[in-house]
Design a protein around this ligand. Structure first.
Ligand SMILES: Cc1cc2nc3c(=O)[nH]c(=O)nc-3n(C[C@H](O)[C@H](O)[C@H](O)COP(=O)(O)OP(=O)(O)OC[C@H]3O[C@@H](n4cnc5c(N)ncnc54)[C@H](O)[C@@H]3O)c2cc1C
Length: 412
C-alpha cells in the first residue's frame, strides 16, 4: 500500500521504518529542512518503564497548578488564556478518575514493549546511539519517594525491576555525586536506559531510506479534509493520493486535523535542556539521574552532559532565566564540575504535546484512511518504537503484539 507519514520527529521516522519493513511504499512529509528538529531534538533521553511519570496521578493537577501559580523554578506559567479551561477540567478529572491506575499501567506497558522493539531494531541494523544502562531517581526528602510509591506498586505488580537505595548505596553506584548534598535516598531502575533520541532518528531515517522510504523535507502538509481524507496537499503542488495517512506531527497534529471530526485535547507544554561537554569523566554521572524534587534529569550522552526538564505553559518569547538557572543549579547540586558550563552550552526549548490523560493516541482516527500516532507528551522517545510497530501492524491489518486497550481516540 502507498502510505503517507506526516512529521519526521522520532515518532514519524520510526513509524516510517516500521511501515517500510512491513513492505509498504512510504512517503514522509516534514515541514522543516531536516528531521527531528522539534520535540525530538535534544530530549533528556530516558527510555524504559521505570521513570514513566504520569500526569494523572491523584493530586497531580493541583500540585502542578500550585507550583505554576506560586512560583517554583521548574514550573513556569504565562497566563491562564494559554490553558483552555476544558483541557484543565479534563486533566483534573483524569487525575481523580477511577481508572488512573490503568492509564499508568498502559503507559508503563507501552514503554516496556517499546524498549524491546528498539533493542530488536538496533541489533538488526547495528545502530549505535550513545546508549547507557540504568537510571536513578534521587530524592532529597522522604516525601518525594512517597509521591512515587503508586508507580512503584504498579511496577511490583507488573514485574518491572527497581531497588530502593540509601545514600551510601547510591554513592557506590554514582561515585561522582557531590559530597556536599544531603539526600534521603534513591530508586534504581536497572533496566531503564538513556540514549540519544535525535541520533536514533537519523539512523532510522537512513535505514528507512535504504529500504525505499522517501523523505520529503521542507514540505508542509495543509490541514486534512473530510471530503478527500486520503489526499495530501502541499501549497502550490497538486494533491497526491494515498491508501493511508499516519499523522505523527507532534504538537501540530491538532491543527492538521482541525477540519475533521477528531477531538485531540492537546496542550503545548514546553521544556528546556542544556548540553555541555564533559569536563572530567570521573566527575560525570554513570546512570541517568532524575532529581525528584524538580523533575530535572542529568545524563551523560557520549561526550556531553545533558540537563533537562521544566514544565512551561504559554507563549514566552525567550527562555525564562529562572528555568535555565535551575537547570544549572541542579547540575551543580548533584554533579559539580561534571560539565564545561562556561563554554558553548547548547540551550534548547522543546514542546511536548500533552493530552489530558497523559497517554498518546494510537490507532484509527475514525475518518477513512487517517491514523494517529501522536500526543506522546513527556515520553515520546520512550514509546516511539513500540507505537510505530503497533501502528504499522494496525495499518497492515496484522494483529498487534501489544494490548492497545485505552490508547485509542474513542476515549475522548
Ligand atoms: C525537555 C524535554 C525532555 C524530554 N525528555 C524525554 C525523555 O527523556 N524521554 C522521552 O521518552 N521523551 C522525552 N521528551 C518528550 C519527547 O521529546 C517527545 O514526546 C517526542 O520527541 C515527540 O516526538 P514526535 O515525533 O511526536 O514530535 P516532534 O519531534 O515534534 O515531531 C513532529 C514533526 O512533525 C512535523 N510537522 C508538524 N506539522 C507538519 C506539517 N503540517 N507538515 C509536515 N510536517 C509537519 C514537525 O516539523 C516535526 O518535525 C522530552 C521533551 C522535552 C521538551
Amino acid at each position: 500500500m502507498r502510505i503517507a507519514v506526516i512529521g519526521a520527529g522520532i515518532v514519524g521516522v520510526t513509524t516510517a521504518l516500521e511501515l517500510v519493513s512491513h513492505g509498504h511504499e512510504v512517503v514522509v512529509f516534514e515541514k522543516n529542512t531536516g528531521i527531528a528538529q522539534e520535540a525530538s531534538f535534544a530530549t533528556s533521553g530516558f527510555i524504559g518503564p521505570g521513570l514513566i511519570h504520569s500526569w494523572t496521578v491523584p493530586q497531580m493537577a493541583a500540585r502542578v497548578i500550585q507550583k505554576m501559580m506560586f512560583g517554583s523554578g521548574a514550573y513556569s506559567f504565562h497566563g491562564l488564556k494559554n490553558i483552555p479551561l476544558k483541557w484543565l477540567w479534563q486533566w483534573s478529572s483524569a487525575c481523580t478518575h477511577a481508572d488512573f491506575k490503568l492509564k499508568i499501567e498502559s503507559l508503563q506497558r507501552l514503554a516496556f514493549y517499546s524498549q524491546e522493539v528498539m533493542k530488536g531494531i538496533s541489533e538488526q541494523y547495528g545502530f549505535q546511539f550513545e546508549l547507557s544502562k540504568g537510571s536513578i531517581l534521587v530524592c532529597r526528602q522522604e516525601k518525594e519517594m512517597k509521591q512515587f510509591q503508586l508507580q512503584l506498586d504498579l511496577m511490583t505488580a507488573n514485574g518491572i525491576a527497581f531497588k530502593k537505595l540509601d545514600p551510601t548505596e547510591t554513592r557506590i553506584l554514582e561515585p561522582a555525586l557531590s559530597e556536599e548534598i544531603q539526600f534521603f535516598g534513591s530508586i534504581l531502575f536497572p533496566n531503564d536506559e538513556v540514549a540519544n533520541c535525535r541520533q536514533f532518528a537519523l539512523l532510522a531515517k537512513q535505514q528507512a531510506t535504504l529500504m525505499g522510504a522517501e523523505f520529503r523535507t521542507g514540505q508542509e502538509v495543509l490541514p486534512l479534509s473530510l471530503e478527500s481524507s486520503k489526499q495530501i496537499q502541499i501549497p502550490l503542488q497538486p494533491k497526491e493520493d494515498f491508501d493511508h495517512i499516519v499523522v505523527c506531527a507532534g504538537i501540530h497534529s491538532k491543527s492538521l486535523l482541525k477540519h475533521l471530526p477528531v477531538n485531540l485535547p492537546s496542550l503545548a507544554v514546553h521544556g528546556y535542556s542544556l548540553s555541555a561537554a564533559v569536563r572530567e569523566h570521573i566527575d560525570a554521572p554513570v546512570y541517568g539521574i532524575v532529581d525528584a524534587k524538580h523533575h530535572i534529569a542529568i545524563a551523560r550522552m557520549g561526550q556531553r552532559i545533558r540537563v533537562s526538564g521544566i514544565t512551561e505553559v504559554g507563549n514566552n518569547k525567550k527562555p525564562p532565566n529562572e528555568c535555565v538557572q535551575l537547570l544549572y543549579k541542579t547540575l551543580n547540586d548533584w554533579f559539580p564540575g561534571a560539565a564545561k558550563t562556561h563554554e558553548a552550552v547548547q540551550v534548547w526549548r522543546g514542546t511536548r504535546d500533552m493530552l489530558t490523560d497523559g497517554l498518546p493516541i494510537l490507532g484509527h482516527s475514525g475518518v477513512p484512511g487517517i491514523w494517529l500516532n501522536t500526543g506522546h507528551g513527556n515520553h515520546g522517545w520512550a514509546t516511539s518504537c513500540g507505537s510505530a510497530r503497533a501502528i504499522a501492524d494496525m495499518v497492515s491489518s496484522r494483529g498487534c503484539e501489544m494490548d492497545l486497550k485505552g490508547l485509542g481516540i474513542e476515549r475522548f
